[in-house]
Design a protein around this ligand. Structure first.
Ligand SMILES: [Zn+2]
Length: 406
């Protein structure tokens, strides 16, 4: 029997168990930084399947290894979820993990414990087949992605020295093959005024009016941003997400303004270029020199469940991999070998851990995951058991196909 048929048979045999594992993971609440219970559960499931090369890293992510080849393929899924939002909008308990008519229900089914469950099954399949090819396949079940995408991988690469040759993200793609997404960053702009008594505004310079002009200039800047050359990722965006204006009292001209910005970055846009652009556009809008405007990237500093000290700036670089790259081509081959047709090749709208592996560290990556991107962070989140089966087969097949090119 061919490898692809063996893999498909096993993915089918394990299908209901994959769904049950997902259901169990959904029942364990795991908001960002509070993933200990779900990580312990994943480690336990792996060991129960005889997948013993499994450990928890310094930040709290679970790292499972199958195979001992010299090349490293990392298959990643984050196991934290966002909160439920307004529970009254959910038709079922967000943590029920109910399985009914081929659908698994609950927070994290698509984003993205479904990917994690399919990864565990793929590891099991590779073990069943005694995989001993060119790759060490690392399955990483990572933490704190929803708060700070990629920080878990910055840690794995820079602190634990796990440096893959190729990475696959299992975030939801509706079983399409993705090869890029826009990057993002956060910025804080500070403008200064001169305070005076509220009875005599002509003696002061209002930071509020400066901020108002600067903010409206951001609306124009957003409209003027251009797409990338080949139009694959589309245009970047800028949003004013918070404003805070302060003075000595509510009866005074305010002398401080803070404008918080969310910026999505297309190909060719970087943190430096985006900061310089905001400075120059705001300076023009308020008629002052750029040096009067302070624009910084804040840091992410939250502590995770292992209480490790680790932080990074809120910058998540853009990434894409060319359509003719070996990883994309062999990913397409793996899909075709299994399912007898070509996958759709596309991109994500949102951001993933690949900002670190690929945006920051330039390691080639693709995305392929169960469930739909539009389920992410929405009430009544679901995923399909069919997708879990397809993805478990794809992850197991990929090292065999990649091997033909390394
Ligand atoms: Zn996600």
């Amino acid at each position: 029997m061919s490898t692809s048929s063996e893999i498909l048979n096993r993915a089918k045999t394990y299908r209901d168990e994959t769904a049950r594992v997902l259901s169990d993971l959904v029942k364990i609440k795991s908001y960002s930084g509070q993933e200990e219970n779900v990580c312990r559960a994943i480690e336990k499931v792996c060991r129960s399947y005889g997948l013993d090369d499994v450990r928890i890293d310094g930040l709290g992510s679970v790292v499972l290894r199958v195979g001992h080849g010299p090349k490293i393929l990392a298959i990643d899924g984050h196991v934290d979820t966002v909160e439920t939002g307004d529970v009254s909008q959910w038709k079922r308990d967000p943590f029920s993990g109910e399985i009914e008519n081929g659908i698994v229900y609950g927070r994290g089914t698509s984003d993205q414990k479904g990917g994690a469950a399919a990864m565990i099954t793929a590891a099991r399949i590779l073990r069943d087949l005694d995989y001993s090819g060119a790759f060490s396949v690392y399955f990483t079940f990572t933490v704190m992605e929803e708060d700070c995408d990629g920080m878990c991988w910055k840690y794995l690469i820079e602190e634990e020295k796990l440096i893959p040759d190729f990475v696959v993200s299992t975030e939801p793609t509706s079983c399409r093959l993705y090869r890029g997404h826009r990057g993002r960053m956060e910025m804080v702009a500070r403008l200064r005024g001169v305070s005076s008594h509220g009875s005599a505004p002509e003696r002061g310079v209002s930071a509020a009016y400066k901020a108002a002009r600067a903010i409206l200039a951001m609306e124009e800047l957003n409209a003027s941003l251009k797409p990338d050359d080949d139009g694959f990722l589309g245009k970047g965006t800028i949003v004013v997400s918070q404003v805070d204006i302060h003075g000595p009292s509510q009866c005074a001209v305010p002398d401080e303004a803070m404008i918080y910005l969310d910026r999505r970055l297309t190909w060719g846009e970087t943190a430096d270029s985006a900061i310089a652009q905001v400075k120059s556009v705001m300076a023009a809008a308020i008629g002052e020199d750029e040096s009067s405007i302070d624009v910084q990237m804040p840091n992410y500093t939250k502590r995770g469940w292992k209480n490790a000290d680790y932080a990074q700036e809120l910058y998540f670089p853009t990434w894409k991999v060319p359509a003719d790259h070996d990883l994309v081509v062999q990913g397409v081959e793996a899909y075709t070998a299994l399912f007898g047709k070509d996958p759709v090749v596309d991109k994500w709208t949102f951001s993933t851990n690949l900002v670190a592996t690929t945006g920051r560290h330039k390691i080639p990556a693709i995305g392929f995951g169960p469930g739909d991107e539009n389920q992410a962070h929405a009430p009544n989140e679901i995923t399909r058991v069919d997708d879990l089966e397809i993805c478990s087969a794809f992850y197991a097949m990929l090292p065999y196909e990649l091997e033909k090119k390394v």
